[in-house]
Write a protein that binds this ligand. Structure first.
Ligand SMILES: NC(=O)c1ccc[n+]([C@@H]2O[C@H](COP(=O)([O-])OP(=O)(O)OC[C@H]3O[C@@H](n4cnc5c(N)ncnc54)[C@H](O)[C@@H]3O)[C@@H](O)[C@H]2O)c1
Length: 258
């Protein structure tokens, strides 16, 4: 499946844990060379060791997506190691550790951090990899949004707003590519539903009934797992999706039916 991924160079931001880790393992398993661009060197190195132990190719590059110079370093390190950048999966976000809070009581610093990582981080990564993709004449940018932007999930206003921004910037960035002379560079996003990552387990601890309610409203009656997102991401990285740009691919077991 997705033979074209073999040998491709793909950056996964926030690839040290949770869904990002599943993306890294899936891509490496399909023969891609993967760069784990993660703020936490310990988790990134652990995932890289996991990839190498099963014969795959990956490196870790410590990256803070909120800093443009750090994302430029990420792009440079990728080209130095592998010679090109075929795709980037903009997965890094602040989600782990967010507590459900009425918007009247949200901490202003937390609001700014969520926007800096979840929205500005994607802008930084996209503009950091673009020159290399332009030089190659092709490239794929895959942004990770969320179904919260469609469903409207209460008590996480900053997170909802940040993911709505990811859908909007994906559409605008896709349409801007031909203006920048880069019509062959596609930009798409994935909207995962409530997914059973470590971050979600922490998030819903003590509110398991609410998570069960989500499953009840899905067409597919089981919890979404990080691995459920790997195939859709690989499709957007592969040549099979070459004529798709500006799209939001909802992967939520038929919860939003969007
Ligand atoms: N888990 C879900 O239910 C769910 C649902 C919809 C969308 N998503 C999205 O999927 C993605 C992964 O979710 P997850 O559950 O694995 O979340 P997570 O919080 O476990 O993973 C986020 C990763 O990003 C890294 N990161 C944080 N700040 C960073 C920075 N400044 N620079 C680089 N890396 C940074 C973290 O260290 C972590 O490894 C996120 O974009 C999240 O918003 C998750």
């Amino acid at each position: 499946m997705y033979e074209s991924i073999k040998g491709r160079v793909v950056i996964v931001t926030g690839g040290g844990q949770g869904i990002g880790r599943a993306y890294v393992l899936g891509l490496a398993g399909a023969g891609a060379k993967v760069v784990v661009a993660e703020i936490r060197p310990d988790t990134a190195e652990a995932v890289v060791a996991e990839v190498r132990s099963s014969g795959g190719d990956a490196i870790a590059v410590q990256t803070d997506v909120t800093s443009f110079s750090s994302t430029q370093n990420m792009a440079e390190a990728t080209v130095n190691a592998y010679g090109r950048i075929d795709a980037i999966v903009n997965n890094a976000a602040i989600y782990y550790g967010l507590r459900k809070t009425p918007f009247t009581q949200l901490d202003e610093g937390e609001w700014d951090r969520v926007m800096a990582v979840n929205v500005k981080g994607i802008w930084n990564c996209a503009r950091a990899v673009l020159p290399q993709m332009q030089q190659q004449g092709r490239g794929k940018i895959i942004n990770i949004a969320s179904t919260v932007a469609i469903a409207g999930v209460p008590l996480m206003l900053h997170y909802n707003a940040s993911k709505g921004a990811v859908i909007a910037l994906t559409r605008a960035m896709a349409k801007e590519m031909p203006i920048l002379g880069s019509a062959e560079i596609t930009v798409n996003c994935i909207c995962p539903g409530l997914t059973w990552s470590e971050a979600t387990q922490l998030q819903i601890s003590g509110h398991e009934d609410k998570a069960a309610l989500v499953v009840q409203q899905q067409a597919l009656k089981r919890r979404e797992q990080p691995e459920d997102l790997v195939g859709p991401m690989m499709f957007l990285v592969s040549d099979e999706s070459n004529f798709i740009s500006g799209h939001s691919l909802v992967v939520d077991g038929g919860f939003t039916v969007y």
